[in-house]
Write a protein of this length. Structure first.
Lengths: 364, 413
């Protein structure tokens, strides 16, 4: 349960009290309230999508993964926010100066197993979901790298039994994952992007032929929409006109993309047609997430705001429409990660640069 | 991450250092000609061509400790001396100021405008010395050439790299607390009003389009902030209106500077393991230091000009007190470089070290051959015991080639 102190702090941070009402939007429609945060031993780094959430089978337990420089931290927390277990993972060391830095940690939910994928300056590390065993390691190939480019992998998603991982060169690596065991193989390299990959999103295909189920985004804002399979098929390219696209999501054949200029744009995945444009944030967006069962979209940005949007399909035109549901100001915090904690979007978690706790919110 | 970060980090931190020193020189009533000599010496050292060549080579960022050593040397490039406590304070102030600027930087690309604000001010410091002015201008042009055409994504990577460097630093600085831009917990205040970055739309509008691309619906929503449109973009040219004020001198004469630094409240000792790891310098960092400092030409100051000591505190007592009470976790434990005895090998090193102050005498002596490089091997026991009082320094000539070459030359060092 929430304690009185955390409730008082919540009030201040949400702007509901202390004469800072300007910080809340539409308080009458506020549907989420802040729960007790999960304390952490180290603060998240300022990276894109720096939070992954995995609901655990045990009732109420949630597992969080985030990156702090050269380490990734996994922690599971009880509903009252108390950490139950913690684990730190490091980069597999290679040659070269300094500590290799981790760029992202993400749980890939495959049909038969859940794997944790870490991307770093050295390569790609794939672990069992609890981080106990590293089942696969892929070193980045630096042969065609120029010395002025930083080498890294970034952007992780799972589609069917494939795990897609982006790299600094724009190449997307596709790994074929068996139902069990470590025999993961690199099955394909997608070579369309010219700029570093930022994020990848996927959603289960609806069964029809040629349905878009993977979207890749890069630093130039370019989005590529794919049909996954033994051979990935490029369906559409959507230009971002040079503005980076740090985070992307896919929902019922629509692509939701968050950009470095604070805009969210929603496109028809198959055609690339723009359906919605939201002037959503005053600074660059760092995280998007989708609750597929409710069609809710979560956006977090460096302007210290988190917004929740409701997506729906207009029954007459078939076009995607958007409604603003909730605004939350995480006072003095540059948000670097935001995820729903369940498929219905009734709770979400937020991380911020230099903030040593995971903030949690849930539906009233 | 980005291998383009170091020059921006060095120049901006250096700019902040000059602001603070300039203010303290005036506050301590150092005679104008002496103060000007100090500023000129520091700036011409900072913008030394060979040094900047090393700086601009693509490379990873190194630890705060390694960088602190570079500034220690830079601050002593003239006739001015700083006690360790003052040097600690100087470095705290520099880093927190630039952390604030990076954090509030509207767009990642605006890191350049912050840099230009520093360079503009530095040019003003040396306006009477055309030679030094040319040095600064040359660097200015080099930055425009290298960074002017980088894509937005690269600047974001640079910004993320800088923020990683500043992570977990929550030192409270009185000038920030007074201006209410820093909270008592050491975190900075992020404004949710004022102009949005150039090129960003004021949040609050949803536009919807049909399949033909025609706008069919427009909805407003309550964002929660109170933003306005950006009026203009700052100039990325050699000179011009930068619009952005981050990176300008906040210690101007009209504002009496009170540079009190308070320690971190909490949290700072949480990563004890990381701290210990950070305290031991990697071999690559030593190479980095040797490379950089090899390029940093220190003018001989043993002329007739008498030196003086600058105090970052109001009184000597305060400085002494600060030295005794500084929290362990904030201690940078500057590397004191001690030459080994091999004369032939160390001629170059001695030249580079110049007047670098040696605070401690060697703790232990080794056989006549000087220090074996094995002590630098990671995990070596000697390393942790001998450090930080004593560290052999790699030969710059070897180091100049490539970091990897040193790995291969362990035995002959």
């Amino acid at each position: 349960m929430r304690g009185p102190t955390s409730r008082a702090r919540r009030g201040a941070a949400a702007g509901g009290t202390a004469g800072r009402t300007s910080r809340t939007s539409a308080p009458d429609r506020s549907m989420y309230r802040r729960e007790r945060p999960v304390p952490m031993r180290s603060c998240p780094a300022a990276l894109y999508n720096n939070l992954s959430v995995l609901p655990l089978p045990a009732p109420g337990l949630t597992q969080f993964a985030l990156v702090h420089g050269p380490t990734a931290q996994l922690l599971s927390a009880a509903p009252d926010g108390l950490p139950v277990s913690q684990r730190q993972l490091h980069t597999k060391d290679g040659a070269g100066p300094g500590f290799p830095l981790i760029t992202q940690a993400y749980w890939c939910v495959l049909p038969f197993r859940v794997l944790l994928v870490l991307t770093s300056q050295r390569g790609i590390q794939i672990y069992e979901s609890d981080g106990s065993v590293m089942v696969y390691w892929h070193a980045l190939d630096s042969t065609d790298a120029s010395p002025v480019q930083a080498l890294f992998a970034r952007g992780i998603a799972a589609s069917g039994h494939y795990i897609c991982v982006g790299t600094w060169s724009g190449r997307v690596l596709v790994f074929d994952v068996p139902a069990k065991g470590p025999n993961i193989v690199l099955s394909e390299e997608l070579d369309v992007h010219q700029a570093p990959i930022t994020d990848i999103a996927a959603e289960p295909a609806q069964g029809q032929d040629c349905v878009a189920d993977v979207v890749t985004a890069d630093d130039s804002g370019l989005l590529c929409v794919w049909k996954s399979g033994p051979e990935f098929k490029l369906l559409t390219r959507i230009s971002g006109f040079g503005t980076p696209c740090p985070s992307v999501q896919l929902w019922q054949g629509s692509v939701a993309a968050g950009y470095g200029d604070g805009q969210i744009r929603i496109y028809e995945a198959s055609s690339g047609a723009l359906h919605v444009q939201i002037n959503a944030h005053a600074r660059g967006i760092c995280a998007l997430d989708l609750a597929p069962e409710a069609g809710k979209l979560l956006s977090g940005a460096e302007d210290s705001f988190v917004h929740i949007w409701k997506l729906s399909r207009n029954p007459h035109s078939g076009c995607i429409e958007v409604e603003h549901c909730h605004a939350e100001c995480v006072t003095d915090t540059q948000v670097c990660g935001a995820r729903f904690c369940d498929l219905r979007g009734s709770s979400f978690a937020v991380t911020g640069y230099d903030l040593a706790e995971i903030l949690r919110y849930s539906c009233v | 991450m980005s291998v383009r970060t170091l020059p921006l980090l060095f120049l901006n931190l250096g700019g902040e250092m000059l602001y603070i020193l300039d203010q303290r020189l005036r506050a301590q009533n150092v005679p104008t000609d002496k103060a000007r000599k100090v500023m000129n010496d520091l700036i011409s050292t900072m913008f030394n061509k060979k040094f900047l060549e090393e700086l601009f080579k693509p490379q990873e960022l190194y630890s705060k400790k390694a960088l602190r050593t570079v500034y220690d040397r830079l601050a002593h490039a003239s006739i001015m001396r700083l006690n360790p406590a003052s040097m600690d304070k100087l470095f705290d102030l520099m880093t927190m100021a630039f952390k604030y600027q990076v954090l509030l930087c509207p767009r990642p690309k605006d890191i350049l405008l912050i840099t230009f604000n520093h360079l503009d001010a530095i040019k003003n410091f040396v306006r009477d010395s055309p030679d030094i002015m040319n040095q600064v201008d040359e660097t200015f042009r080099h930055i425009i050439e290298v960074y002017g055409c980088l894509p937005a994504g690269e600047f974001q990577l640079i910004r993320q790299t800088l923020l990683l460097f500043f992570q977990d630093m929550h030192i409270r600085v009185s000038i920030f607390l007074k201006d209410k831009v820093q909270n008592s917990n050491g975190r900075f205040v992020l404004p949710i009003s004022g102009p949005v970055p150039w090129g960003t739309k004021v949040p609050g509008l949803i536009r919807m389009f049909n399949n033909k691309g025609e706008e069919v619906k427009r909805m407003e929503f309550k964002h929660g902030g109170q933003y306005v449109r950006a009026e203009s973009e700052g100039s990325f040219e050699l000179s011009g209106d930068r619009v952005l004020t981050l990176g300008t001198n906040m210690y101007s004469a009209s504002r009496p500077v009170e540079t009190r630094v308070s320690g971190a409240l909490k949290n700072s000792s949480l990563n004890t393991k990381d701290n210990i790891a950070a305290r031991t310098l990697a071999k690559e960092e030593l190479n980095f230091l040797a490379r950089l400092m090899g390029g940093m030409e220190i003018k001989k100051t043993s002329g007739p000009e008498p030196g003086f000591r600058l105090n970052l505190f109001t009184t000597d007592e305060e400085e002494e007190h600060a030295a005794l009470t500084r929290p362990e976790e904030l201690s940078y434990q500057v590397i004191n470089i001690q030459a080994a005895q091999d004369q032939q090998r160390n001629e170059e090193l001695t030249r580079i070290m110049g007047e670098f102050e040696i605070h401690d005498q060697p703790q232990q002596s080794t056989s006549k051959g000087g220090y074996s490089n094995r002590k630098l091997m990671p995990g070596g026991k000697e390393q942790s015991t001998a450090f930080p009082h004593l560290l052999p320094f790699p030969k710059p000539q070897i180091v100049h080639t490539h970091t990897k070459s040193l790995h291969g030359k362990d035995s002959d060092l």
